[in-house]
Design a protein around this ligand. Structure first.
Ligand code: RUB
Length: 320
């Protein structure tokens, strides 16, 4: 229980972050948690697994990869605890391996859209988006990247570090300079926390502004997203919750107390309508956002069936 809680806390506090990484971490934690359970009573075991699954899913509400990963592991079967544990181990292992391969494959597919000499703008820190830049660079294409800071948590600093290690020439800019620099950009590549059935993309706050500026300047926007970032629940009309994070990430509590008429709003993600997205690059191919339904149907179809029998009831702060 202690390790489960620690993992959940690491995801909540963003020590472990990024939609793909939190999904893989949750799958691994369910596997390890199951392995640590001592009971031989299957009913009790199932109950404890349900509790662990619920705790992990509750840590961050927007990244659909997280419930998708948890459900992929929680499909386990078995007539005994040992059989259930073995199935959980397999399902978690498959999810993690598929996820890692997906990021690599997205890089290979997405890099085909990158031309020699391109300047790519990116926002936040997405492993799938960086995989495209890394693959293009590895193919010998001479690329430049413009990376935003991504306030308030400055994930752009992680991005520039990774790109620097890869030897990719990168400029760091403040978020408000996106439109100023858009004229120098050939291609925008960003990640996703969730993709809805209508092809909208939910990603780090500011993503929709970058996409809007790109649209105005007629620059292509590619979203790098594994198929498990697509949200089957949106087929049933459910909306993706936008995580509102603590005000202290933007303005310290002490400073804020000095302004009795001021509050801080800190949504962590926003929604980019499909009109501003040219392609969503997944591990099974680069698709127009209008084809999101097909990805959900073909790759998460089992989830739709399961959901039809048990529609969750999450309470949301803000929905889109
Ligand atoms: C991270 C973020 C990333 C996506 C995709 O937000 O918005 O663009 O999660 O990342 P946060 P990846 O820092 O709040 O988790 O491609 O690595 O899954």
């Amino acid at each position: 229980m202690k390790q489960l809680k620690e993992t959940a806390q690491k995801i909540k506090s963003m020590e472990i972050r990024g939609a793909g990484r939190i999904a893989r971490t949750a799958a691994a934690e369910l596997r390890d948690y199951a392995g640590r359970l001592k009971t031989s009573d299957l009913v009790e075991f199932n109950k404890m697994m349900e509790h662990a699954a619920g705790l992990l899913v509750s840590t961050r509400p927007t990244a659909v990869s997280l419930p998708n990963a948890v459900r992929a592991v929680m499909r386990y079967e078995g007539g005994t605890v040992d059989e259930a544990k073995a199935d959980i181990k397999k399902l978690a292992g498959d999810f993690i391996a598929n996820s890692e391969n997906a990021v690599k494959r997205i890089g290979e597919i997405g890099a085909r859209r990158v031309r020699e000499g391109d300047t790519i703008m990116t926002h936040c820190n997405s492993s799938a988006a960086i995989s495209i830049m890394a693959a293009a660079h590895a193919q010998g294409k001479n690329i430049n990247v413009i990376a935003t800071e991504s306030r308030p948590r400055m994930q752009g600093h992680l991005t520039i570090k990774q790109l620097d290690t890869l030897g990719i020439k990168t400029s760091l800019i403040v978020d408000s300079a996106v439109r100023y620099f858009m004229k120098d950009v050939d291609l925008v590549v960003m990640g996703a926390d969730a993709v809805t059935v209508n092809g909208s993309v939910i990603n780090k706050i500011g993503t929709s502004q970058v996409a809007l500026a790109a649209h105005e300047a007629r620059k292509n926007v590619i979203i790098a997203a594994e198929t498990y970032k697509f949200s089957p629940r949106t087929i049933l009309g459910e909306l993706v919750e936008i995580e509102e994070r603590d005000s202290s990430e933007v303005l310290g509590a002490e400073k804020l107390r000095g302004f009795p008429n001021v509050d801080v709003k800190n949504p962590a993600f926003d929604v980019t309508p499909r009109e501003y997205i040219d392609l969503i690059c997944t591990e099974v191919g680069a698709i127009p956002p209008e084809m999101a339904y097909v990805i959900i149907k073909d790759h998460l179809g089992w989830e739709i069936k399961e959901m039809n029998s048990a529609i969750g009831n999450r309470t949301n702060h803000q929905k889109h």
